[in-house]
Design a protein around this ligand. Structure first.
Ligand SMILES: [Zn+2]
Length: 244
């Protein structure tokens, strides 16, 4: 069974559709939150995930759009995008956002899915091995997928050393999962922040228990034009072309 794992789409439909084509066949989609915010096509992006029957959890931008988070916590551009998204969303898509859980254990309790961190699912950024180390205490499954930082990475828990070890996620190469606990970030579909502008995703093969990380080019210009037309902040438009 092949599972497509995506995160931080941020209403960038052009990037999402390219990922869906590039991924080939898959049996399920797991989505790690921040479906909307920043990008220009929130309704169709949600509709795409609904049509795929994706197993999806909530991110901080999704919650902000639902008025569940204090907008003062967001920078001015992100706040502007949240307010714009709020005005755009159809009722049915808002309802879909509302029912997204904060975390799920899934697939025979082998995997946890969260947006930020197991400790604080909506807000905490796992940016360093010590933060990852602290978070290994907060999930019971062998593996946990997370997003939020928009940077692909694997943190492996070394029992012998009592610390988390960071590994870059190599492109295309199959990475075996286990035997130790792991925290895995597939990167961002709609706003990569690791200096690589291509959309990021991962394929989990449950038969071989391996993970492959993929990057795919999409029409950045077309997304940027749509953002311009929507009147979204220029800083958000620029960053897509630079990968930060
Ligand atoms: Zn995000």
């Amino acid at each position: 069974m092949r599972i497509l794992i995506i995160s931080d789409i941020h209403a960038n439909l052009g990037a999402l559709d390219k990922v869906l084509i590039d991924a080939g066949t898959f049996d399920k989609v797991w989505c790690l939150g921040d479906v909307v915010g920043y990008g220009p096509q929130p309704n169709i992006t949600i509709e795409r995930l609904r049509s795929l029957d994706a197993l999806c959890i909530a991110g901080n931008h999704d919650w902000a759009v639902l008025d569940r988070l204090d907008l003062d916590e967001f920078n001015p551009e992100a706040r502007k995008a949240v307010l714009w998204t709020r005005q755009q969303l159809d009722l049915i898509n808002l309802e879909w956002l509302k029912q997204l859980p904060e975390r799920v254990p899934t697939q025979a309790e082998k995997f946890s899915l969260i947006h930020g961190s197991p400790r604080y699912p909506i807000w905490e950024y796992i940016l360093t091995p010590p933060i990852a180390r602290a978070n290994f205490e907060y999930f019971d499954t062998p593996f946990c997928f997370f997003g939020h930082t928009h940077v692909p990475i694997i943190y492996q828990f070394s029992e012998k050393e009592g610390r988390a070890i960071a590994h870059e996620l190599p492109e295309i190469l199959s990475v075996p999962l286990g035997p130790e606990k792991m925290l895995v970030n597939p990167g961002s579909v709609g706003q990569p922040r690791d200096g690589d502008t291509r959309a990021a995703y991962a394929i989990l093969n449950l038969d071989s228990m391996t993970l492959t990380h993929h990057r795919v080019r999409y029409d950045i210009k077309s997304t940027q034009v749509k953002m311009q037309q929507a009147g979204l902040p220029s800083r958000l438009i620029q960053r897509l072309g630079q990968g930060w």
